[in-house]
Write a protein that binds this ligand. Structure first.
Ligand code: SF4
Length: 296
């Protein structure tokens, strides 16, 4: 059989499609990444859509659809879920996968608890790592359980893998012991945490204190959600507090079409400007349309 896989909107190689590829190749089928235009050339088509805000492609009727952009209820069959991904589908030179699933919190803006349920162990890195130098972990709350987190981190240390905790770690769960082991990892990217809600300030301050003790504050970035249930004063308070604590912040607009959220995000995320220009000065210098002014 000839199997076509359609990746609608993934920004990184699509893990579910790489597992499907491994499954069908294991059955002796031919597998290719394709687009809806060429769907008629295949016996079966599987399409995956990650985001709910991206445009729905026009897919052939026979296509089997999956991914959180279609439904929060679809998931891979266990025969597929636990296979080593076929990284050759995307010529992907790093490993990626989940050691745990779900999250015990219930942030109102997040789909993870609805899609994955409560936090639980999914396995270890050897289910999806086969010798690559780098690994992108997709867990949403890896450090929920201290013992499990340390077990996984020790695997990174022993295998000397460069790691990207791509979905971040939960600052509220962070402990001294976790950071002691984290410090020994080769980091591929900065470590991300979040300060989304005002009420978590105490946990953020406590966590930053531990990061600073191990000098990991310089490699840490905090996502700061703006425009969800906070006002300008609270948004300013969080980014300026983080600056004072010597950790980087990265603003995440809840509504990326909202003018205030767009401007605030640009100010915070342009590191050189954020370090040297106050919000009031930045705001008073915003002249909409000036970018298109004629040079004559
Ligand atoms: S802690 Fe993170 S993963 Fe868990 S519900 Fe909140 S935003 Fe989602």
């Amino acid at each position: 059989m000839k199997i076509g896989l359609i990746d609608i909107d993934a920004k990184i190689p699509n893990l579910a499609l790489m597992k499907l590829s491994a499954y069908f190749k294991g059955q002796g089928d031919k597998v290719e990444l394709t687009s809806p235009l060429f769907a008629k050339d295949f016996d079966e088509i599987f399409a995956s859509k990650i985001f709910n805000y991206t445009v729905k492609s026009i897919l052939p009727e026979k296509a089997i659809l999956g991914g959180s952009g279609y439904s929060l209820k679809t998931c891979l069959d266990n025969d597929v879920e636990y296979l080593m991904p076929d990284y050759s589908l995307y010529n992907c030179d790093y490993a990626m996968g989940f050691a745990s699933r779900g999250c015990n919190r219930n942030c109102p803006f997040c789909i993870v608890p609805k899609k994955e349920g409560k936090w639980r162990v999914a396995g270890d890195i050897y289910q999806f790592w086969n010798g690559q130098k780098r690994l992108k972990l997709l867990d949403n709350s890896l450090n929920t359980d201290e013992g499990f987190f340390i077990e996984i981190v020790k695997q990174f240390i022993n295998e000397q893998i460069e790691v990207d905790f791509s979905q971040g770690l939960d600052i509220r769960h962070l402990t001294d012991k976790q950071v002691f082991y984290l410090k020994q990892i080769k980091l591929w990217k900065r470590i991300h945490f979040a300060w989304d809600l005002m009420k978590t300030e105490k946990a953020v301050r406590r966590g930053v204190k531990i990061l600073t003790k191990y000098k990991l504050n310089w490699q840490s970035t905090f996502y700061v959600l703006i425009g969800f249930n906070t006002n300008l004063e609270e948004d300013l308070y969080r980014v300026n507090t983080l600056k004072g604590l010597n950790v980087e912040s990265f603003a995440m607009p809840y509504d990326k079409y909202n003018c205030y959220q767009k401007d605030f995000t640009r100010w915070v995320n342009h590191k050189a400007i954020f370090k040297t220009v106050s919000w009031d000065d930045y705001k008073s210098n915003i002249k909409r349309g000036s970018l298109f002014k004629s040079s004559k």
